[in-house]
Write a new protein. Structure first.
Length: 325
């Protein structure tokens, strides 16, 4: 088998509150607690789950925009968590990010062309004329007029600003792009355009995506495999078609039941999720979902289920962390 482009093993990110004088230390917030997955070359792996489950923290820890507490992150076989600042800076050519907010992630004092050219200046190797030519090509490739490079971010629409973010991420020909909810702040019609652009770029350049999202319709359109997260854990991991057609984990079933059905003749099968998510500073024992799970029994409160492979009807593998599925 071909070695994966990205391999994440037992990744953890805990936030520790500062110790206050004469007060007991507060428990750490376990934002991500033992996450493992792989991303193949040219593949899109989507991370989905409700707000606060650890999706964005996982993605930023992979890039070391947030320093992980422990675990392993290997890109092309090289361990990233042990690299010093300069070595990690050189490695960033291969892994870039598209942020959620297409305005806050762009410098309002810089012209659009300077924003896209910034990675080219940082890593050198190109003359000013070559940079200008590259920027013009990038603008055209993401659907922007090259002459708009002289404009400022506030002069673009939301969809155009996100295209600027895509052009900047594409500038260095990365192998992996982390997409942190890149279409959640856009109108629905613009979302479709941006998602189709990402898919075209993947097909053209063989880029892999780690795609963080909560919109399951977008995930179903763009992803090859889907990892479902709950309270810092991955509870199910499968290829897209298997997960949407035959989810195994109760939490995945509840998430999918919340997706609106466009055909009014199709009966809705909405499963209501009871209660609020527990605090990541004081997670439940055993299975973290047992406080809200309709299948929970004593073993769920006592023993933590491991992510275990299950064979699918098509002969594939579906990973599930559940005692009864």
């Amino acid at each position: 088998m071909t070695a994966p482009l990205l391999a994440v093993e037992n990744l953890r990110k805990h936030y520790f509150a500062p110790r206050q004088w004469l007060r007991a230390a507060r428990p750490p917030i376990q934002a991500v607690d033992g996450v493992s997955f792989q991303v193949a070359r040219g593949e899109t792996l989507a991370l989905v789950g409700e707000s606060g489950c650890g999706k964005t923290t996982t993605a930023k820890s992979v890039m070391r925009l947030i320093e992980p507490t422990s675990g392993s992150v290997r890109l092309d076989g090289e361990e990233l968590t042990t690299l010093d600042t300069e070595a990690m800076r050189k490695r960033r050519r291969d892994v870039q990010i598209i942020f959620q907010d297409p305005y806050a992630s762009l410098n309002p004092r810089w012209r659009a062309g300077d924003i896209v050219a910034e990675p080219l200046r940082n890593f050198g190797g190109m003359t000013a004329a070559q940079r200008r030519e590259r920027v013009q090509w990038l603008f055209a490739r993401v659907g922007l007029r090259p002459e708009s490079a002289a404009r400022y971010p506030h002069e673009f629409s939301g969809g155009q600003r996100q295209r600027l973010g895509i052009a900047r991420a594409l500038a260095l020909n990365p192998k992996l792009i982390v997409c942190d909810e890149p279409v959640s702040a856009l109108d629905v019609s613009v979302q479709a355009q941006v998602v189709n652009l990402l898919m075209d770029l993947q097909q053209e350049f063989g880029i892999a995506y780690l795609f963080v999202a909560h919109d399951l319709a977008v995930v179903r359109h763009i992803s090859h495999r889907v990892a479902v997260m709950y309270l810092g854990h991955i509870v199910e991991l499968a290829d897209r078609d298997t997960l949407f057609a035959a989810p195994r984990h109760p939490y995945t079933e509840i998430l999918l039941s919340a997706v609106p059905v466009p055909d009014p003749r199709t009966p809705a099968r909405r499963i209501l999720l009871q209660g609020d998510p527990p605090s990541p500073a004081n997670p439940p024992s055993g299975c973290r979902f047992h406080t809200r799970c309709p299948l929970a029994q004593e073993v769920c409160r006592r023993d933590k289920p491991e992510l275990t492979p299950r064979e699918t009807a098509a002969g594939g593998t579906q990973w599930v962390a559940c005692h009864f599925r």
